[in-house]
Write a protein that binds this ligand. Structure first.
Ligand SMILES: NC(=O)c1ccc[n+]([C@@H]2O[C@H](COP(=O)([O-])OP(=O)(O)OC[C@H]3O[C@@H](n4cnc5c(N)ncnc54)[C@H](O)[C@@H]3O)[C@@H](O)[C@H]2O)c1
Ligand SMILES: [Zn+2]
Length: 367
């Protein structure tokens, strides 16, 4: 099966999702086009013929100035002209770099994305954001520019490490909450099959997330307002990633825990209107093997994550205004508010460790 989703941005494009859609990308490629690939992709994918491709450093290593310069140099070396399309095969990092290089080379050539991780299929390949990192921070340099097409071949998910696949599932859980009752019900239905990477469940789930993101970025391509709801759980997640040290907790896993924290804060701040939502999200997180709170993350990764340090990190978040963190908080599934300012004391309460000490580790009571 193949699912096609039209994204009505300016310009518009199609996202094809399903097992085998990489073949369609291959058919679309003209002889003058160029293949760029993440060198961290396993060699053993028999159907992935990428001889002659320009290799990028694996994953996040690709997202720096040096790799961008090297890729632009390779394109110039081949004397490619404006009629060339770049086909980028890789995770979100490769797409972010390849998309930026395509936007810059000869002031812009077209780019086709072939995402190879669940996270890149549900998130990075749609919406047109591209970026590289600076030593001062992640994603500080980039442009918004839509691709010519996206081919999300679910077969790639089979070779992802468990940690990387779980990271994608965290963004899937976030999408279900933003997607409303139907989003939640569909994920409840597919969670068990999805955790086993079943092809049909993957296709349905990726298609749902892509449709959701498409409808949001169509209204707000440059993230002036509505698109911010996609950052649900991210103020907490970014703080956790920063305090834990980047790379320690996979991004989407931090997002799942951040989603739990956002629900707690929404309840504490009186924003949450559906009291059943937190428990429902916790149940689903459990089925997907994801932490549903900052505490669960502390336990899994043996991290202290002191509340004050997390709060301090939030003040540096890109979305903070005048050093006041802004939150994306759910009112109920399908209704998410953005730009909400909350009392620091309330946030600190949400961030405070709540787990009781394990039996045997409790301090002895005074007689
Ligand atoms: N542009 C956007 O809108 C957007 C959205 C979300 C995330 N991002 C960016 O995406 C990046 C994260 O992307 P990611 O989670 O895909 O990770 P990634 O691109 O860093 O890849 C993670 C690892 O998996 C390897 N890999 C890729 N595909 C594989 C496969 N099929 N089998 C086995 N290994 C594979 C890579 O070589 C790498 O080592 C971040 O840099 C983030 O900023 C961008
Ligand atoms: Zn994210």
């Amino acid at each position: 099966m193949t699912t096609r989703i039209a994204v009505a941005t300016e310009p518009g494009y199609e996202v094809l999702v399903g097992a085998g859609v990489f073949e369609f990308a291959r058919e679309l490629a003209a002889p003058r086009d160029v293949l760029v690939r993440d060198s961290g992709l396993p060699e053993a994918l028999g159907w992935l013929e990428t001889s002659g491709a320009i290799a990028l450093p694996p994953g996040e290593e690709a997202k720096d100035w040096e790799s961008l310069g090297a890729l632009l140099g390779a394109l110039a070396h081949e004397a490619l002209d404006r009629s060339t399309t770049l086909f980028v095969v890789g995770g979100g990092a490769a797409l972010d770099l390849g998309g930026l290089a395509a936007a810059l080379y000869l002031r812009g050539v077209e780019v086709v994305y072939c995402p190879t991780t669940l996270l890149a299929m549900v998130d990075a390949s749609v919406g047109g954001k591209t970026a590289v990192n600076l030593p001062e921070g992640k994603n500080l340099v980039g442009v918004v520019r839509q691709p010519r097409a996206v081919f999300a071949d679910t077969r790639f998910c089979a070779s992802q490490s468990e940690a990387e696949f779980r990271s994608g599932l965290g963004e899937v859980l976030k999408c279900a909450v933003i997607g409303g009752e139907r989003g939640l019900e569909s994920l409840e239905h597919d969670a068990a099959a999805l955790a086993k990477r079943d092809a049909a469940a993957l296709e349905r789930t990726i298609a749902r997330c892509v449709r959701l993101k498409a409808r949001i970025v169509e209204r707000d391509p440059l993230e002036r307002g509505a698109r911010r709801v996609l950052n649900l759980g991210h103020t907490f997640a970014h703080a956790v990633e920063r305090v834990a040290g980047f790379g320690r907790v996979p991004h989407g896993v931090a997002v799942a825990a951040g989603l739990g924290a956002a629900l707690e804060l929404a309840r504490a701040a009186g924003v949450l209107r559906d009291a059943t939502l937190p428990a429902r999200v916790r149940r689903m997180a459990k089925r997907l093997g994801l932490p549903a709170s900052i505490d669960a993350l502390r336990e899994e990764f043996s991290l202290a994550l002191p509340p004050r340090k997390l709060l301090e990190a939030m003040r540096h978040d890109k979305k903070a205004l005048a050093a006041q963190p802004r939150f994306v908080l759910p009112e109920r599934a399908g209704k998410v508010l953005h730009g909400v300012a909350c009392e620091p004391s309330l946030v600190e309460r949400v961030l405070a460790p709540k787990r009781k000490r394990a039996p045997g580790t409790a301090r002895p009571r005074r007689a």
